[in-house]
Design a protein around this ligand. Structure first.
Ligand SMILES: NC(=O)c1ccc[n+]([C@@H]2O[C@H](COP(=O)([O-])OP(=O)(O)OC[C@H]3O[C@@H](n4cnc5c(N)ncnc54)[C@H](OP(=O)(O)O)[C@@H]3O)[C@@H](O)[C@H]2O)c1
Length: 248
């Protein structure tokens, strides 16, 4: 496989300061893309990414300011951010749902509307959404997240059918348990009633490959979906979960 198949392409990676987003940014850069990271805090300086400081919760303000600037055209958009706070769905407030919808669905939607004209002009576009295996099987204790992931997947599927004729693909990556700050906080929360080691062992026991993913393994799949080689894949949700899902 060529490692420079994204030469000349510009990628905007949301939530790229750490975790899966940072791994995606690195994998895209390794294939030759010029990467801009969008997040509230800066990515590591040594990566040399362009940086757009922004809060996806303030998406309308962000889009207005982007439209006022002469931003480079992006052919690749990675929609990614932090997951909604965990908790039983019965405890969720209207604000929890609205905040998650704003960050996970509305922000992605407005960013797509912003980048799409350049993708259409190039006859090439790649939109990759980082979602969750809860699209297929809801995860106990992640009530708001489960709900909003389904909405994201339906939005993405609908979008894929509308933008396909312009050479733009839309796909979702569904991470399983992946070693990032997000996973650490989920483990700590579960460990309130037992040890962290016991929680991790119970989680690993559910994964046929017997381990958590490294964020780079997610980054590699995201970069592949962004590449020319993935040009006939659209409207899909691809689990990267070590086989944890029970459904086909
Ligand atoms: N890790 C897992 O095991 C796992 C499993 C399934 C699904 N997922 C999902 O995959 C996605 C990424 O997970 P992760 O583990 O990489 O998470 P993470 O380590 O918490 O990283 C989240 C990234 O999103 C950015 N971000 C968060 N809120 C933001 C906001 N309001 N505006 C702009 N940027 C924001 C963060 O940067 P700043 O704080 O600098 O803004 C950070 O770069 C999440 O949706 C998560 O729920 C993760």
């Amino acid at each position: 496989m060529s490692t420079n198949d994204l030469d000349g392409k510009a990628a905007l990676v949301c939530g790229g300061s750490q975790g899966i987003g940072l791994a995606a940014a690195r994998a895209l850069a390794a294939r030759g893309a010029r990467v801009t990271v969008l997040s509230r805090s800066e990515p590591p300086a040594q990566d040399g990414f362009a940086f757009l400081r922004a809060d996806l919760q303030q998406i309308e303000t962000l889009i207005a300011s982007l439209e006022a600037q002469a931003q480079p055209a992006f052919q690749i958009l990675v929609n990614n951010s932090g997951g909604p706070p965990p908790g039983p769905i019965l405890d969720a407030t209207p604000e929890h749902f609205l905040s998650a919808f704003r960050q996970q669905v509305l922000a992605s939607h407005l960013l797509v509307q912003w980048v799409l004209p350049a993708m259409k002009a190039a006859g090439f576009g790649r939109i990759v959404n980082v979602v969750s295996t809860s699209v297929r099987e809801p995860i106990p204790g992640l009530g708001v997240s489960n709900t909003i992931r389904g909405a994201t997947a339906s939005w993405a599927k609908t979008l894929s059918r509308e933008v396909g004729p312009f050479g733009v693909t839309v796909n979702n990556v569904l991470p399983g348990a992946t070693r990032t700050a997000r996973l650490e906080s989920i483990i700590k929360r579960k460990a309130a009633t037992s040890s962290q080691e016991a929680v991790e062992a119970a989680m690993r026991a559910e994964i046929p490959l017997g381990r958590f993913a490294d964020a780079d393994e997610l980054g590699a799949v995201i970069a592949f979906l962004a590449s020319p080689a993935a040009g006939y894949i659209t409207g899909t949700s691809i689990p990267v979960d070590g086989g944890r899902l029970h459904c086909v």
